[in-house]
Design a protein around this ligand. Structure first.
Ligand code: HEC
Length: 195
């Protein structure tokens, strides 16, 4: 569904370095949604990394492919509530179903620019509150950093058996060639407050 925002209530493009705690226009609703979204995004990143590392250690990359493909949506689903959606997206897609919407695309470009400018990718986040026809929509994005374990399936030197398994499932795979420290993608959280 294309987004047609009636009015942008608050659009704050900002980078919050760890520990700084800086907040812009910190009215109560934004505050509440922001802390909820931050918690979910951190939890998503941590659970996914944990699951991946475990699967890699126990079954190797071929089994871990299952984690990134089936567990990630599962983790997102478990974190979801009726009015909250949790999604994973990227500019370099492996699965076309994870395609970013226009807002997400803009933020991903912004995250890449910030990384180029020297920002710490583990702390890149962005949020905005929009007034929609049927209520308010709070959107939150947090970068997913590329760590060493990710390179096995998203790096330059993917082992032939892994590369083959990936190519069979994802013929249009554009999620290769990443380096440690780059923005691999982002967790995108939407909190809807109906009227
Ligand atoms: C064992 C292989 C494997 C490893 C290791 C791996 N991934 Fe993935 N990754 C995949 C697969 C397969 C998909 C496609 C998932 C799907 O179908 O939604 C994917 C998709 C993604 C996506 C969603 C966007 C897209 O391209 O479709 C992100 C973000 C992502 N991975 C991040 C990471 C990060 C961060 C790490 C390291 C912490 C990592 N992955 C490690 C296999 C892997």
């Amino acid at each position: 569904m294309p987004y047609s925002y009636l009015k942008v209530l608050l659009l704050s493009l900002l980078l919050i370095p760890a520990g700084c705690g800086q907040q812009v226009n910190a009215d109560e609703e934004v505050d509440h949604n922001l802390s909820e979204a931050r918690k979910l995004a951190r939890e998503f990143n941590a659970r996914l990394r944990g699951k991946l590392e475990l699967a890699m250690a126990e079954g190797g990359p071929l089994e871990a492919i299952e984690v990134c493909s089936t567990h990630a949506p599962g983790i997102a689903e478990r974190l979801q509530e009726q009015h909250i959606t949790v999604k994973r997206t990227s500019l370099g897609l492996r699965n076309p179903a994870n395609e970013p919407d226009p807002w997400e695309q803009r933020i991903l470009v912004f995250f890449d620019e910030e990384k180029e400018a020297g920002a710490d990718v583990t702390d890149l986040e962005h949020f905005a509150l929009f007034r929609h026809e049927d209520g308010e929509v709070f959107r939150y994005a947090r970068a997913i950093p590329t760590g060493p374990v990710c390179l096995v399936c998203h790096g330059d030197n993917i082992a032939p058996d892994v590369a083959q398994a990936l190519a069979e499932r994802y013929p249009d795979d554009a999620a290769k060639g990443y380096q440690v420290g780059q923005v691999r993608g982002m967790v995108s959280i939407t909190i809807r407050e109906p009227n």
